[in-house]
Design a protein. Structure first.
Length: 326
């Protein structure tokens, strides 16, 4: 006899600014809700765009008792009115509704600063998502990713993985999971080097490079291969968004010395130099279209699309077409 699914926590406080960890927290909350009700719906809204009546409507019990996961994003920007509405709801939550409050931990207003304290007192399930900035924290993240995937990694393997992949957590997570699968569970420096020789063409960043370069056939081949071996959709979508945003920022800054532009743009010289090359062929209209494409894709791979594989392929084709639009 199958045991009944555990009732998901009705309230989560996702605290911090590390985007990958935040997305995982939201996904875990949705997964828990769907174990109880497979049709549970996900709604995400920024608190700055929310009104009291709209919040009340979202969290009110539905006629057919469908499960819902309501995600309030950027709660560090919350107003007193909405904070009061949230706390009034928390005091008497509805069955079948999971409320996820995403808060950076900061905030300028009194309401924003008081909200995490009040949610802790309300027995919210706390998910810490602090920014990972220190080398030791990044190393611990890699070790944990490998362990979560069922593998083991030594110190040399951790160092090699960070050295070859870089500091992006999404890429590190994807590489760690793939390495465990490829290496049979034990990851060392040799496995890392071997992986990056054989798999360099299927990372999200490689798909993005081909798409923004306008290489239609190569971009399609890469994205399809990435989906085949299980690269998470969100990693590819994030890489596409990062490539488009970088080209847009570097293009707007004009031509210049990457070393001198680095401080102004807040990115390393090598990335500026690369974007300067990629920006050839991109006009203002094309970049405007591209920004809309990656924004839509971001929502699609996080639950809005029925078929995320199709959504990724369509976005890649649209980005290729946008490249030469003036």
């Amino acid at each position: 006899m199958t045991a009944p699914a555990a009732t998901p926590a009705p309230l989560y406080l996702v605290l911090g600014e590390e985007e990958l960890l935040i997305e995982r927290a939201v996904r875990n909350a949705l997964t828990a809700a769907r174990l109880v009700d497979s049709t549970a719906d996900l709604t995400r809204v920024r608190v700055s765009e929310l009104t009291g009546p709209a919040l009340l409507e979202m969290v009110s019990p539905s006629l057919f008792s469908e499960g819902r996961v309501i995600v309030l994003e950027s709660a560090q920007d919350i107003s007193q009115e909405i904070a009061d509405a949230v706390l009034a709801y928390v005091a008497n939550p509805a069955d079948g509704v999971v409320l996820v409050v995403v808060h950076s931990g900061g905030g300028r207003s009194k309401a924003a600063k008081a909200l995490p304290v009040a949610l802790r007192k309300a027995k919210a399930e706390i998910v810490e998502c602090a920014k990972i900035t220190k080398p030791a924290e990044r190393e611990a993240f890699v070790r944990n990713e490998v362990r979560q995937a069922g593998g083991r990694i030594d110190a040399a393997g951790v160092a090699a993985l960070i050295d070859t992949v870089g500091s992006d957590l999404r890429e590190l997570a994807s590489a760690a999971a793939q390495l465990v699968a490829d290496a049979g569970g034990t990851v060392d420096e040799q496995a890392v080097r071997r992986y990056h020789r054989g798999r360099a063409d299927v990372t999200g960043f490689a798909v993005a490079e081909k798409a923004v370069a306008g290489e239609r056939a190569a971009a399609l081949e890469s994205v399809r291969w990435a989906m085949l071996i299980g690269v998470p959709h969100v990693l590819v979508a994030d890489a596409l968004a990062d490539a488009v945003r970088t080209i847009a920022r570097v293009s707007a800054a004009g031509r210049g010395n990457p070393n001198q532009m680095a401080g102004e743009l807040g990115m390393p010289p090598w990335k500026i130099r690369k974007a300067q090359g990629q920006s050839r062929g991109w006009g203002p209209d094309g970049l405007a279209d591209a920004m809309q494409i990656v924004a839509r894709l971001n929502a699609e791979v996080k639950g809005a699309a029925a078929d995320p594989d199709y959504a990724l392929e369509r976005a890649v084709l649209e980005l290729v077409a946008a490249k030469d639009k003036r």
